[in-house]
Design a protein around this ligand. Structure first.
Ligand code: GRF
Length: 227
């Protein structure tokens, strides 16, 4: 069923490469979304200029100007809801969002995390994965719930960790995966293909494994991707 184009708002804090991948997919009609706005809590975020250059409405909302998290979150809701989005996409948005915010966007708030959740929630994921000596590392797109980095998983992608690999090198390879899976997940939602039942993610009505659909990176075992 096609219900797009879906109005979305993207939240960023920095470079915005995941946002850029979604803009690229939208502008090339690979996904049926209309990016109504890009909002950053960091006024100097490089991604704001990238979005502006792409002809997208941009806004900055500096969290430092607010007394507390609730006040910032409420102002952010005000900015987002001007656009009445069907989906809010967190793309490197580095602020924790409070319960009222998460509940306000329940079922339409997506995040990308640079690790194979539930492993390595939080920050410095590549360093921690290397320190733990994992054989596989990757990225996860998930729905946002009250618990940080713990919502139902939509899709993951993984690569084999190379012997002696540095955290920056691993980060580059994982970021490539992020760009692939985030626009894919957003596109599925825009096409009405994603749903949730009792906390489980369904794609085309079929329940996904607990870790969501798994895509293998370049050094993986060559499983094929689902379009
Ligand atoms: C990505 O690795 C994302 O998973 C994490 O922060 C990074 C943001 O990168 N939350 P970018 O701003 O999308 O380039």
């Amino acid at each position: 069923m096609t219900i797009g184009p879906l109005d979305i708002v993207i939240l960023i804090s920095g470079r915005g490469s995941n946002m850029e991948a979604i803009i690229d997919a939208a502008h090339n009609h690979r996904i049926a979304v209309d990016i109504r706005a890009v909002i950053s809590n960091e006024p100097d975020a490089a991604g704001l200029e990238t979005a502006h250059q792409a002809g997208i409405d941009t806004q900055a909302l500096d969290h430092r100007l607010f007394d507390n998290r609730d006040a910032f979150d409420a102002a952010l809701i005000g900015l987002i809801d001007r656009h009445q989005p069907g989906l809010v996409v967190l793309a490197g948005f580095m602020r924790l969002l409070g319960k009222p915010f998460v509940q306000h966007y329940a079922g339409r708030l997506m995040n990308i995390h640079p690790a194979l959740l539930p492993a390595f929630p939080g920050l410095n994921t590549h360093e921690r994965a290397l320190a733990a000596g994992v054989a596989r590392h990757g990225a996860t797109v998930h729905w946002v719930t009250d618990d940080v980095d713990a919502g139902p998983i939509i899709i993951q992608a993984a690569v084999d960790v190379k012997t002696g690999e540095s955290a920056p090198d691993l980060a580059v390879r994982v970021l490539e995966l992020e760009h692939r899976i985030y626009s894919k997940a957003v596109g599925w939602f825009a096409d009405g293909r994603l749903s949730i039942e009792s906390g489980n993610v369904l794609l085309d009505g079929k329940q996904q494994p607990q870790q969501g659909l798994m895509i293998e990176g370049s050094s993986g075992d060559g499983k094929t991707e689902t379009d």
